[in-house]
Design a protein around this ligand. Sequence first.
Ligand SMILES: [Fe+2]
Length: 126
Amino acid sequence: MTARLEIYKCMECGNIVEVQTAAGGDLQCCGNPMKLLEEQTADSSKEKHVPVIEKVDGGYKVKVGSVPHPMEEKHYIEWIELQVDNKVLKAYLKPGDAPEACFCVCGEPKTVVAREYCNVHSLWKS
Ligand SMILES: [Fe+2]
């Protein structure tokens, strides 16, 4: 049973998909069930992954994390996502970029949540 915005990974080929419409089927890739990625919320290692949301003029800035995450070829933040009420905004990053993104947002949203995906340490949520 899937739910909107859940993220699944194929442990065989590495495909990653995000659910847009949940319709009850099971997701498969390479002939196997895809793995649901859990949203981690607390860092225990010295590498920080939990996204930090900062209100800025015209929107929000999201940093990963409280200490900047590495952005190296083999270990980096692939994307940062901001969920603002019923909207989802996403910034795709590459090695060498800063581990942060700015999102333009109109008005005063009721809920603001950030997620990010580290290619080594998986999915994190603020
Ligand atoms: Fe990481």
